[in-house]
Write a protein that binds this ligand. Structure first.
Ligand SMILES: [Zn+2]
Length: 131
């Protein structure tokens, strides 16, 4: 199971993630963390999606290439987390919903790289990373 725990993030990213959630809450933006850390095996499974397995392509990274796979002293220490905004308690996957821009803005103000930003290397709306 991939982790959704903030403690699976790199120590530098944990306070940013907590502050991100705090600011979102202040902005009346309900956010669900869908993933912090995932193992190499989980990453490869995700990479297969849309290629050799059913579904849409959701990542360009193989095992060890994603900021979600990072470790520190052998422990999970992801440098990225994924989110989805909740509206009326339901996840909103439609990227054109304004909640995404709002969350993205808040993340970028904290110095995180948001892959949903215009001009991002590739579009991955849920992904925030400390580069
Ligand atoms: Zn991600």
């Amino acid at each position: 199971m991939p982790s959704r725990n903030i403690k699976s993030l790199h120590p530098d990213v944990q306070p940013l993630c907590r502050e991100f959630l705090r600011r979102c809450q202040s902005a009346n933006l309900d956010i669900l963390i869908t993933c912090t850390w995932r193992s190499g095996a989980e990453q490869d499974r995700l990479y297969a999606q849309g290629r050799t397995a059913p579904g849409a392509i959701v990542t360009r990274a193989r095992a060890g290439q994603s900021a979600h796979n990072a470790t520190l002293n052998g422990q999970p220490a992801a440098r990225a987390f994924d989110i989805v905004p909740l509206v009326d308690g339901k996840p909103v996957w439609d990227a054109s919903h304004p909640a995404w821009q709002q969350a993205g803005q808040i993340g970028m103000e904290l110095g995180l790289t948001w892959y949903g930003a215009p001009g991002a290397a590739f579009r991955e709306m849920p992904h925030f990373e400390l580069c």
